[in-house]
Design a protein around this ligand. Structure first.
Ligand code: MTE
Length: 584
């Protein structure tokens, strides 16, 4: 297919490492028990790894160890694996001294010891026709996995590398690269965000090469129902064309592009850039399971939930309470979520992939159905009873007032695969001489199905997008090339976005009236989808840099690596401006 393509371009782009930047660092409090075991409170996204680690280090059965987690001060993937060594070290010290030991890493140690987001270098060749319709892609992602081949550098990139485009011939290879850095780890949208950025770079190259409108080239290649993604999923309920159309109407793209073009004609040292980027987040939940139980207290009818997920700010406990209240028909303040504990929730998977909340909610709905069925005979004995009266009667009838469920892969509800669709526009104003810029406006439209909790979901979309701004614009690392040691291990040198880096106008909206037929109560997952969308601002900046370069009669494509820091943006402009200014 590549050989028959009228045009072929090739290039290399990189997407750097990123640190999870949870505000709370890795910590573990280990207390020896009188049975020769260990009670642990740990800041982990996966308690079972802590138990396994401690069991192996101390040589005691897993059943003598328990791990409890109330909630995390942020996890962002960094506490899936990297809490286990902290538990292991603290437990060893507690075991040897027979005293409680608290280990709480400081920021520098946390940043030094913990692996980062896998750093990818994408090498690609794209074949396409005169209009920009893509015919073939051959691409390789070189993933810096650190000192061990632990995650194979893949991170489900195959599920995301085609983003929202139907590419009839796509050869995608991942090549893990071993380096002298700590083993890379999941960071919100692992593999996903870099892969989508890689795809967007490829299609950007096509549009620049053909000197065509970037949105038109993207629209030409959009997926639709019946198309098969690279990961082999046949699309149903594909909304991407609707999302893009709605966003186009909402923000009046044609008018905005004209205004940017007028501004750029009238200004030599300040340039504006405007860009539209669509994106897809594929929900995959194979291999995820979370033991979930609800218990009703007979004294007052209050309910407590024990689930195997961990609340890290994504709102899992709030949504769990909502689903329980909705199904049982009782007020939310009658329901509490207990800390996640291996005493009742052992054998749960890590909280990640944005699927935990959906699966725990699904399990709670099933628990409630089960419980309501068991309560029905007691209820039937009473006339118009309150919830409290039903529970009192059920207690007298010796009804088991707990219910338990573990979602299985065989559950087709929610379906094994669906995608959430989004599109974003970003406008920036760049100071050509310094590389500094303002993000003047971002409009982001996302399909969350019927949101279970709009405030939470808007928060996730905004927060994820801003984390994407860090990945694509500000969070650059420096490592010692000889030793692999991190040289930028604090906020003096490493810059996650802060208040003044945010878009001045930041409008985040949901698609309306698009319930997800296969999601929990019509909803869609939301936690990681927005990270890749942050790349829209990088491309808007690229448009602004192109406007500056065009005045040097340079309209060639150039790679724009992530993070596009102020320094690199300025350099991208300066290369040509040096010639212009000094005439050499
Ligand atoms: N939101 C907050 N506030 N804090 C976090 O640590 N983690 C993100 C996302 N949103 C995170 C967050 C990541 S990395 C993931 S995978 C999902 O939440 C986890 O959602 P889930 O528990 O529903 O799978």
């Amino acid at each position: 297919a590549m050989a028959t393509a009228p045009h072929v371009v090739s290039g290399t782009v990189r997407c750097n490492d990123q640190y999870n930047f949870h505000l709370e660092n890795q910590a573990a409090l280990c207390i020896p028990t009188d049975t020769g075991g260990m009670d642990i409170m740990a800041t982990t996204q996966w308690q079972d790894t802590c138990i396994e680690t401690v069991s192996q280090i101390l040589g005691i059965p897993e059943s003598r160890i328990s791990v409890e987690t109330q909630r995390l001060g942020g996890g962002f993937g960094g506490k899936i694996y990297y809490n286990a060594p902290v538990c292991g070290m603290a437990a060893l010290a507690a075991y040897v001294t027979n005293r409680p030991v608290l280990m709480n890493l400081d920021l520098h140690t946390n940043m030094q010891s913990q692996g980062k987001r896998t750093h990818y270098v994408f090498e690609y060749q794209v074949g396409f026709d005169d209009d920009g319709r893509i015919i073939a892609i051959v691409a390789t992602g070189y993933g810096d996995v650190g000192a061990l081949l632990f995650n194979k550098g893949d991170e489900y990139t195959v599920g995301y590398i085609d983003n929202v485009y139907n590419i009839p011939n796509f050869k995608w290879t991942v090549q893990p690269v071993k380096t002298n850095k700590p083993v890379s780890t999941a960071v919100r949208a692992p593999g996903t965000a870099p892969a989508i950025y890689g795809m967007e770079c490829m299609i950007d190259h096509v549009a620049t090469y053909l000197k065509k409108d970037h949105l038109q080239v993207r629209k030409l290649n959009l997926m639709q129902d019946g198309d098969t993604t690279l990961a082999g999923v046949v699309l149903e309920h594909c909304l991407i064309k609707d999302v893009v159309a709605q966003l186009e109407a909402q923000v009046n793209i044609a008018q905005r592009l004209q205004a940017v073009s007028d501004f750029n004609k009238n200004n030599r040292w300040r340039k504006r850039g405007f860009h539209v980027m669509p994106n897809r987040y594929a929900m995959v939940w194979e291999g995820r399971f979370y033991t979930t139980s609800i218990y009703v207290n007979h004294g007052d009818g209050s309910v407590h939930i024990c689930h195997g997920g961990v609340d890290m700010g994504q709102g899992i406990n709030t949504k769990a309470i909502q689903c329980c209240a909705y199904k049982l028909g009782i007020p939310m303040d009658l329901i509490t979520v207990k800390p996640t504990s291996t005493i009742v929730n052992t054998n749960s998977k890590y909280s990640a992939g944005s699927t935990t909340t959906g699966l725990v909610c699904l399990a709670i709905l099933k628990c409630c159905e089960d419980l309501l069925e068991r309560l029905a005979p007691s209820k039937a004995k009473l006339v118009n009873p309150s919830w409290r009266e039903i529970i009192k009667q059920a207690y007298l009838d010796v009804v088991d007032l707990r219910a338990h469920y573990m979602p299985q892969i065989k559950d087709k509800y929610p379906s094994e695969h669906y995608s959430s669709w989004g599109a974003c526009t970003a406008e920036v104003e760049l100071d050509v001489l310094t590389g500094q810029y303002q993000i003047t406006q971002v409009d982001y439209l996302n399909d969350t199905g019927t949101s279970l909790n709009p405030q939470l979901d808007i928060g996730q979309l905004e927060g994820g997008f801003i984390m994407g701004l860090g990945l694509f614009l500000t969070e650059g690392f420096k490592f010692d090339p000889m030793t692999g040691q991190l040289l930028t291990d604090g906020t003096w040198e490493y810059k996650p976005p802060l208040g003044k880096d945010l878009p001045i106008n930041f409008n985040v909206k949901f698609m309306r009236n698009v319930p997800n037929p296969t999601g929990v109560l019509g909803s869609k997952i939301v936690g990681e989808a927005p990270v890749s969308t942050g790349a829209c601002v990088l491309f808007a900046l690229k448009r602004a840099v192109e406007a500056a370069r065009a005045e040097q009669n340079n309209t060639d494509w150039f790679p724009f690596h992530a993070p596009a820091t102020v320094e690199s943006i300025q350099t991208a402009c300066l290369n040509d401006l040096a010639q212009y200014t000094f005439g050499n």
